[in-house]
Design a protein around this ligand. Structure first.
Ligand code: DMJ
Length: 579
């Protein structure tokens, strides 16, 4: 079943996300109504970013991350993903991780001077010749992605950045890092080890266990590195790993969460759209946008339909066994909150909106999103009660606002900003929350707070960076340009150099979504107590149980024909206005 022809799909993405003027005509009233408020909120976010950034520079730079409570630092690159804190380096003093992660945000905030200062410092001082064992996925999305994106921004003629003194040093550093990644891929399956020592390669007796996101979310950064350097090796190892991973899917087109890189066998069969898998879905689709390969689209299409069919229950997404499709865990996790953002890219805005509302409900209940929330008992998971300043909910709010210009998303953004300032701001930066019940803090400001959380909030209130730029964001929020020279499908005429995209009326009209194409396989979900419930994968209930409504927004998606219901003049949801 072909949800959308790929080129059209690409347009969907570009129109919905990249071009902030897309909905301008229909929403100018709303926009002017809220522009003063948006400016005010944007300035609040700017202050937040600088409070975090300046405290990092003062108390932690050039170490990796800031400890805001003790105003000190942690060289955490080797600790990311390393829950048991094994094989920690003896002699590693950081890679300025939070600076690397801040670079693209600085440009988005319009601070080219500080961006240049950071680029030049890294050009002169950063080295990867360090005896540190790092997580390949984390190092790829944060460091490689940060460097590649900053290199592109530094050399983009529209920005006029780093004039004269920049000789592609960040790209040289990125290539050096990419080369250090390569030994990880030297396995019988081509699936990479999860861990690599930057100086010595894969250490003896390294674990062969990795996660789906760990080996399936490398293609954007490694592909961009290949395109920039002209060396195909980085893209080809990432692609081989991705293809191998996809070949391991079940007959239901589902993947598991953990696997063995030497045998190519699954270790953990239960999976969902959250931890350990999330960015695998994201990268299938974004790789299609960036490189235009039909292959990515086909993989994504099957994977997306399987998610909607087996994981979705109304607005919620539970986990399921990849072999049987049977529900395993009924839990909402903070990481899942990226999914509505991805659905906006796909064009399933109604579905995105309905899930986003549920995340906001939980956000409001606790003030922030707990890491794990048990849907069947409506309580927080006994141990995963933390909120480490994650960006995913802000990210989806940004995408939904781009697509709809509904001022409600600005209100959601305001609520996120207020929560972050009330609960997590301390004199020395922004601290993670250890327990969302008590709002007890933890001494850690993760680098993604600078790379993503502040960036998406800023872009929600001020998207001027996106004007005339045709970009996608990596899973760590670093922008990459969609260029015809990198893209298999886009004719030169559609994407001229320098990130611009034409906005002709005929192209704008070609928005379609999986929902409008009525991709809604019927499915049977088994609930906790063994009873069965027939559910359609695209069903979204009306907001009110009695089907009364004030506007179309209050109406869901019909479960039998997957059409969006609308609000009648008598204030009832139904299909009467569908053409
Ligand atoms: C970030 O490093 C990325 O967004 C990643 O995809 C998931 N985890 C964190 C943020 O929560």
């Amino acid at each position: 079943m072909n949800m959308l022809p790929s080129i059209l799909q690409t347009w969907v993405v570009m129109f919905l996300v990249i071009s902030p003027t897309l909905f301008a005509a229909s929403v100018s009233r709303v926009d002017s109504y809220s522009s003063a408020r948006k400016r005010h909120l944007r300035e609040k976010v700017r202050k937040m970013f600088y409070h975090a950034y300046e405290n990092y520079l003062t108390h932690a730079f050039p170490h990796d991350e800031l400890k805001p409570l003790t105003k000190s630092f942690t060289d955490s690159l080797s600790e990311l993903g390393n829950l048991k804190l094994e094989h920690l380096p003896q002699d590693y003093s950081g890679s300025a991780l939070s600076l690397i992660e801040s670079l693209s945000s600085l440009v988005i905030l319009g601070n080219n001077t500080e961006f240049e200062r950071g680029v030049l410092w890294l050009s002169d001082n950063l080295t990867f010749d360090v005896d540190a064992r790092v997580n390949l996925f984390e190092c790829n999305i944060r460091v490689l992605g940060g460097l590649v994106s900053a290199h592109i921004l530094a050399t983009d003629s529209a920005n006029r950045l780093v004039q004269g003194s920049y000789n592609n040093q960040l790209l040289t550093l990125a290539e050096d890092l990419g080369r250090r990644f390569l030994p990880a891929f030297n396995t019988p399956t081509g699936l990479p080890y999860a861990w690599i020592n930057l100086k010595y390669g894969v250490i003896e007796s390294e674990t062969t266990e990795t996660s789906t996101s760990g080996c399936g979310s490398l293609i954007l950064e490694m592909g961009a590195l290949s395109r920039l350097t002209g060396d195909p090796i980085y893209e080809s190892v990432a692609l081989r790993a991705l293809r191998k991973l996809w070949s391991m899917r079940s007959s239901l087109n589902l993947v598991g969460t953990t696997l063995d890189v030497t045998t190519g066998q699954w270790i953990g069969y239960s999976s969902g759209i959250g931890a350990g898998v999330d960015s695998f879905y994201e990268y299938l689709f974004k790789a299609h946008i960036l490189f235009g390969k039909e292959d990515f689209w086909r993989m994504f299409q099957s994977a997306y339909l399987a998610v909607q069919k087996y994981f979705r229950h109304g607005p919620w997404y539970h986990e399921a066994d990849m072999r049987t499709g049977k529900a395993t865990y009924w839990q909402l996790t903070s990481l899942q909150a990226f999914w509505p953002g991805l659905q906006v890219l796909v064009g399933d805005i109604a579905a995105a909106n309905s899930s986003h509302r549920e995340f906001f409900y939980v956000w409001q209940k606790f003030g922030v999103l707990p890491e794990r929330y048990l849907l069947d008992h409506q309580i927080i998971h006994p141990t995963e009660k933390y909120y480490p300043l994650r960006p995913e909910f802000a990210e989806s709010t940004f995408y939904l606002y781009q697509a709809t210009k509904d001022p409600w998303y600005i209100e959601v953004g305001e609520s996120i900003v207020n929560s972050l300032n009330s609960y997590t701001k301390v004199e020395g930066g922004f601290a993670s929350i250890r327990d969302v019940n008590t709002m007890q803090l933890e001494d850690h400001q993760h680098s993604f707070f600078l790379a993503e959380t502040c960036k998406y909030l800023y872009l929600l209130f001020d998207d001027s960076f996106l004007v005339d730029r045709n970009i996608i964001f990596t899973t760590e929020g670093h922008p990459l340009p969609v260029l015809s020279s990198w893209h298999e499908k886009l004719p030169e005429a559609y994407i001229p150099a320098n990130w611009t995209f034409p906005k002709s009326e005929s192209q704008r009209r070609r928005r379609e979504s999986a929902m409008t194409l009525q991709v809604c396989p019927a499915t049977t979900l088994s609930l906790n107590h063994g009873d069965q419930q027939i559910e359609s994968a695209c069903h979204i209930p009306d907001v009110r149980g009695d089907h009364r409504c004030l506007s179309d927004e209050d109406c869901g998606v019909d479960s039998t024909n997957c059409r969006k219901r609308s609000c009648s003049t008598a204030s009832y949801c139904g299909l009467w206005l569908v053409t």
